[in-house]
Design a protein around this ligand. Sequence first.
Ligand code: ADP
Ligand code: MG
Length: 318
Amino acid sequence: MKVLLALGGNAMTNADGRARPEDQISAAHVAMEAVADLLQHDVDVVITHGNGPQVGNLLVKNELAASVVPPVPLDWCGAQTQATLGFVLMNALDAALAGRGVARRTAAVVTRARVDADDPGFLRPTKPIGRFLPAEEARVLVEHGETWEDRGVKGWRRVVASPEPLEVVDAPAVRALVEAGFVVVANGGGGIPVVRDADGTLHGVEAVIDKDLGAALLARDLGADVLVIATDVPNAVLRYGTPEARPLGEVTASELRGYAAEGHFASGSMGPKVDAACRFVEQGGSRAVITSLDHIVEAITADGGTVVVPDPLDQGEN
Ligand code: ADP
Ligand code: MG
C-alpha cells in the first residue's frame, strides 16, 4: 500500500504555534514516532508538510534585515523551508526507525509545483502570511509592491497569491526514490510555485500553494492508494464548535462536497483539507482520511478519522 501523508503545522511546531528550532525538532520527533509505527506495516510512505510558521519567520528576517542583506523572494522561502524541514524530519524519522529496528532509508526532495501564470489568484491575492504590522510599516512594503490588508485591531497583514497547483514537477524523482525503498519527504508547503515560460524554462513566483491541495496532487501523481491528512483534530466535524457538533466518520466525496457547500468547514483550515480529500478520491484514489497525528496507523486500516470514499457510481470508472 502506498500512503501519502500530509502533516499539518502541529507536527512541526509547539502546541502554541511557537517555532523555535527546539520546538520544531521535538514536534518532529513526536510526529516521526507515529510515522515509524506506520512503517512497521507493509506500506510505502511519502511525507509532505506545511511550512506556514517557518515561512512567516523567514519573512520577519527579510523585513528586519532588509537594509543589511537582500531580502529573498517567497519561492526561495519555500525552498529553504522544504530543505530545513526535510532535514529535521529525516533526522527524527531515522531515530524513530532505528529505535524500532526498521531498516528503511529516508530522503528529502526539494520539490517544484507548476502553477499557471494566468491563475486568477495572481490578480487577487487572498492568502494571509507573515506577521501583523502597524499601518505605517505596512505602507512602506506596499510601496515596494507588496499587497497588505487592513485586518482591524491586529493591524495589517500581507496577502499573497495562492494559485492552484497543476503539476508536481519533481514527482518522477519522488517516485524513483519510493521505488528504491526510500521514505521520502517531498512537496512541503504545497511545493515551490513555478511557472513555465514560452521557451520551456521554469522560474519561481511570489506565491504560496495550499499544502493540502499540493498533497492531493502529489498523491494522484504517485498513484497513492490512501491520502492521509494529519492535523490536530481527529475528525472533520459538522456544525464545528457548536453544541450540535457531529464528527464525520465514513463519507462519500459527494456527501462531503455537499456539507462543504453548506459552509461546515472553515476556508483557511478544514476547508482545503476537505477539498483535497474529495479531489483525491474523485480522481481515482481509493480513500482519503482526515484525522489527527496520533491516529494515522488506524487511518491506513480505515478504523478512525473522517474517511472519504468514492461515490458508489464513480467506482470502476478509473
Ligand atoms: P494544519 O496546520 O494541520 O493544516 P489547520 O489549523 O489549518 O491545520 O486546520 C485544522 C483546524 O481546523 C482545527 O484545529 C480546527 O480548529 C479547524 N476547523 C475548522 N472547521 C472545522 C471543522 N468543521 N471540523 C474540524 N475542524 C475544523
Ligand atoms: Mg494549524
